[in-house]
Write a protein that binds this ligand. Structure first.
Ligand code: ATP
Ligand code: MG
Length: 137
């Protein structure tokens, strides 16, 4: 069993896509092992996306991620990092495969509804960023 960190980004929460996203994960056999709603400060958003600190979109994406509440989740399943990334679809929703969350709901390369860790190392950092051991079961 593997774990990954998922976020329903502020655009997904505002657009009332929380239930839809969770339903898609559970229908695919993924288990929600931890979940809460949080509002990131700009500083916390910068800490989360620090791997992107030199990218041109860093200031914009961290403004976006701190613009409203997010739902953060720990997901559990076999090969769940790759499995969930497949369900999310490509970063750019125009390039995302049919039936993926981003293809169906994203409106912009930045406002793309969901986040998912991209490796076991990233998942460990990102889960620890949001959850204590007591909050995951
Ligand atoms: P995430 O890390 O959010 O799961 P990802 O791994 O598909 O997405 P990254 O390359 O890690 O994509 O980019 C992180 C986030 O930064 C993207 O999800 C998107 O919100 C934003 N982003 C990425 N590329 C661009 C871009 N070219 N212009 C604007 N925003 C971007
Ligand atoms: Mg990423």
């Amino acid at each position: 069993m593997e774990r990954t960190l998922a976020i329903i980004k502020p655009d997904g929460v505002v657009r009332k896509l929380v239930g839809t996203v969770i339903q898609r994960l559970e229908q695919e056999g993924i288990r929600v092992a931890g979940m809460k709603m949080i509002r990131l400060t700009k500083v916390q958003a910068k800490g989360f996306y620090k791997v992107h600190q030199d990218k041109p979109f860093f200031d914009s994406v961290t403004d976006f991620m701190s613009s409203g509440p997010c739902v953060v989740m720990v997901l559990e399943g076999e090969d769940v990092i790759a499995h969930y990334r497949k369900i999310m679809g490509a970063t750019d929703f125009k390039k995302a495969a049919e039936g993926t969350i981003r293809r169906d709901f994203a409106t912009d390369i930045e406002k793309n509804v969901v986040h998912g860790s991209d490796s076991p190392e990233t998942a460990a950092f990102e889960i620890g960023y949001f959850f204590s051991a007591m909050e995951v079961g």
